[in-house]
Design a protein around this ligand. Structure first.
Ligand code: ITT
Length: 192
């Protein structure tokens, strides 16, 4: 069978977020893929996570002339009509976790999910996207020093601890990022 994409054991992850790089390395190294990191930025178009990841991956793969992944993630809170969602970066920088807790102070329904979409592209192929989701709830206060950004707020389903209270290895076992990257890795290996 002919190869659909050119397989390389090393892929470049384009992100400005060092925490994501550490998590992604932990996940992909276990799956036999090694990651290089480049913080070169890419245009983030208006749209959902898939749109952003698809466009970003294609843009950078063409520009660098090598296979790349990008990842667009967000926290989606149901009683806030899935806010902050695609505005998660902006909201983290402005309202922050304390602002989210304030918005939710009178709200009983705490359901939330983290979503991660990995976009993969090579210079000569069309982009592919892979979605990973983890269900959970928003706590009543920030808990834990691990992780980053929204982690101290988010308590995954079946747990009493927030992502902020789990070490990287434990978060990596079932996080949104684990699921999107694993889907990508399985698809990628199937290209051989
Ligand atoms: P990029 O350069 O890869 O875009 P970013 O930090 O801007 O890095 P995103 O747009 O994907 O990443 O993330 C939106 C926001 O959600 C941002 O504030 C992140 O810090 C936060 N976030 C993403 N993944 C998270 C996770 O696993 N735990 C907690 N917060 C997370």
């Amino acid at each position: 069978m002919s190869k659909k994409v050119q397989i390389s054991r090393t892929i470049t992850f384009i992100t400005g977020n060092q925490h994501k790089v550490k998590e992604a390395r932990g996940i992909l190294n276990n799956l036999g893929i090694s990651l290089e990191h480049a913080d070169i930025g890419y245009p983030e178009i208006q749209g959902n996570l898939e749109d952003v990841a698809r466009y970003g991956a294609q843009h950078v793969a063409r520009r660098l002339g090598k296979p790349v992944i990008v990842e667009d993630a967000g926290l989606f809170i149901k009683p806030l009509k899935w806010f902050p969602g695609t505005y998660s970066s902006y909201v983290q920088e402005t309202l922050g976790n304390k602002g989210i807790l304030k918005l939710m102070s009178d709200i009983e329904d705490r359901y939330a999910e983290f979503r991660s979409v990995v976009g993969f592209c090579t210079p000569k192929t069309e982009p592919e996207v892979f979605l990973g989701t983890v269900r959970g709830r928003i706590g009543y206060r920030e808990k834990g020093k691990h992780g980053f950004a929204y982690d101290p707020l988010f308590i995954p389903e079946g747990y009493d601890k927030s992502f902020g209270e789990l070490d990287r290895e434990e978060k990596n076992r079932f996080s949104h990022r684990r699921k999107s990257l694993e889907k990508f890795a399985l698809w990628y290996k199937d290209q051989e």
